[in-house]
Ligand binder design. Structure first.
Ligand SMILES: NC(=O)C1=CN([C@@H]2O[C@H](COP(=O)(O)OP(=O)(O)OC[C@H]3O[C@@H](n4cnc5c(N)ncnc54)[C@H](OP(=O)(O)O)[C@@H]3O)[C@@H](O)[C@H]2O)[C@@H](O)CC1
Ligand SMILES: Nc1ncnc2c1ncn2[C@@H]1O[C@H](COP(=O)(O)OP(=O)(O)O)[C@@H](O)[C@H]1O
Ligand SMILES: [K+]
Length: 483
């Protein structure tokens, strides 16, 4: 599991460790790791003679850049510092000068010739976006041919929330110290960070066991995915009920069922208006057309994709929410849930909104949700007392209450932004619920598999369809099982 810790936690861990070490030892560790990462980014044999520009702010983030710059200068790089704050880390500046580095008043001339730029303007002490004097310099760095490496964080992003208030520096890579910060894993900040590298400075034993954010990796998902045993039968593997589709949105039912069939449940039962079409597309589905209470055994429900509005869907959602089994509510189904109704349920509920639906549930606008995804997913989980999976460029999952660690999905591709792919995801997550995973695991494993399947479907990069994502799910599952 990859974990991220908020700034307050990182600072507390640093303080504990620093008390045991000689002055400046942590910063030297950080700078040594940073310089090593820069050497590998420049390439073997390319450090000597390379041109490195340091963008140096007024705090310790600038100190890291200066010490790393001194190391690179000692290996033969031409290192130039641009001082952007009113002051600069004194010992770091002295180290750079002693190693042969220099300070320039003309950042643009230095940047035009740079092979590597180190962004040490702000790290975890930064507040708000870049200040006006840093904006043209950051743009010139981005516009140059140099590799841009952010020190600890891209300057201008919020380390804890992933929000970007104003302008921030766009890096090709970020070398972060001691622990990932939540903002490095959550859009919009994540996009500014580029490839991530973590430098171990010995903070591990001083960090709490429960992180602010966590990202599943292959082996975590492999451990959680259900696998049939010798004694399995279709009912023991779980039956997932799907209530989806309408005369207007028929495909939503087919796609949700396609996801459900590939999620490890033993059987899929369909209720809704388009059973004929569903069974034509998926003959293995059990279609029920009678009253709700005669639907038969179901271990988890997926309800909402393409059901539309009106009294019929409202009544049906009432039946689903009354069931004493886990329920996933997606898409149109989200119009029919209230915090009170969800809180009163006897079994867990999983809500899977995209940013627009989340905004409607929170009474805000879509842009606000997209700018503050972490806050939005926590607020929804707290308000509904439910697990929430917030879809989009970064998919987040938060357990009921909103206070525990948030799971961030590390797989996926922007090619997933295609109609119907969310329906496949809801079927898949519902199937994992029926197979017995708890809602946070079901949601995060589903997002992981869905993202991998999308990458497989997209190959080297190219348009994909929701059906293509569903078709790629078994191969993604195998990739996880047998890496
Ligand atoms: N602690 C440790 O042991 C270790 C820490 N390490 C390193 O230290 C970093 C944290 O250092 P830090 O605390 O000095 O904060 P930092 O991010 O440099 O910013 C400080 C100053 O920037 C300014 N400023 C604020 N906002 C701004 C803005 N938008 N745009 C421009 N300027 C802005 C503001 O100063 P002001 O100009 O307001 O006086 C503020 O005081 C951390 O990220 C890691 O790199 C590593 O070496 C490992 C060991
Ligand atoms: N920019 C993006 N990058 C990665 N994944 C995305 C992006 N935009 C959307 N997605 C994913 O695509 C799916 C779209 O789901 P949804 O919005 O419900 O669409 P639909 O209702 O058409 O099925 C979700 O899994 C979401 O996380
Ligand atoms: K930085």
């Amino acid at each position: 599991m990859r974990t991220a810790h908020p700034v307050e936690t990182v600072r507390a861990a640093e303080a504990e460790l620093m008390a045991l070490l000689p002055d400046g030892a942590l910063m030297r560790r950080a700078a040594a790791g940073l310089a090593a990462a820069c050497c590998s980014l420049l390439g073997k044999g390319r450090v000597y003679g390379s041109r490195v520009v340091l963008l140096v702010g007024s705090g310790d983030n600038g100190g890291d850049a200066l010490y790393a710059g001194a190391r690179l200068a000692r290996r033969g790089a031409g290192v130039t510092a641009v001082l952007l704050g009113g002051r600069a880390h004194g010992a770091g500046l002295a180290a750079l000068r002693a190693a042969g580095g220099r300070v320039t008043e003309d950042p643009y001339e230095a940047l035009a010739a740079a092979d590597l730029v180190l962004d040490g303007i702000t790290g975890i002490g930064g507040r708000g976006g870049l200040r006006p004097e840093a904006v043209p310099v950051a743009r010139a760095a981005r516009g140059s041919d140099a590799v841009v490496v952010a020190v600890d964080l891209p300057s201008g992003v919020d380390a804890d929330t992933g929000e970007v208030d104003g302008e921030a520096l766009r890096a090709d890579a970020t070398v972060t110290f001691g622990a990932y910060k939540p903002g490095l894993l959550v859009d919009p900040a994540r996009e500014y960070a580029g490839a991530l590298r973590l430098v171990d400075i010995g903070l591990g034993p001083y960090l709490p066991a429960i992180p602010g954010l966590e990202a599943l990796q292959h082996q975590d998902v492999a451990r959680l995915l259900p696998e049939p045993g010798a004694e399995s039968d279709k009912y023991r593997r779980g039956v997932v009920g799907v209530y989806a589709g309408s005369d207007r949105y028929r495909g939503a039912a087919v796609l949700a069922v396609a996801g459900a069939l590939r999620g490890g449940a033993g059987a899929v039962r369909y209720l809704g208006r388009v059973g004929d079409m569903v069974v034509r597309a998926h003959p293995e589905v059990l279609v029920h057309t009678g009253p709700w209470d005669a639907a038969g055994r179901v271990q988890a429900w997926v309800a909402g994709p393409g059901i539309g509005e009106g009294s019929d869907p409202e009544t049906a959602m009432g039946h689903v929410l009354a069931a004493d089994v886990p329920v996933l509510v997606d898409a149109d189904g989200l119009r029919h849930v209230t915090p009170g109704a969800v809180r009163e349920r006897s079994a867990p509920t999983l809500l899977t909104p995209h940013a627009g639906e989340a905004a409607a549930l929170l009474g805000t606008d879509r842009a606000a949700v997209e700018a503050g995804r972490l806050a939005a997913v926590r607020a929804l989980a707290a308000r509904y007392g439910a697990t929430v999976l917030l879809k989009g460029s970064t998919t987040l999952v938060c357990g009921p209450g909103g206070t525990g660690p948030v799971r961030v999905n590390p797989t996926g591709t922007p090619w997933l932004a295609t109609a119907g792919s969310g329906d496949v995801l809801s079927g898949l997550a519902g199937s994992l619920l029926a197979a017995g995973l708890d809602p946070v695991d079901a949601a995060s494993c589903a997002a992981y598999l869905h993202g991998l399947a999308a990458r497989r479907a997209a190959g080297a990069g190219g348009p994909i369809t929701a059906s293509g994502v569903a078709d790629a799910l078994p191969a993604a599952w195998r990739d996880i099982r047998e890496p």
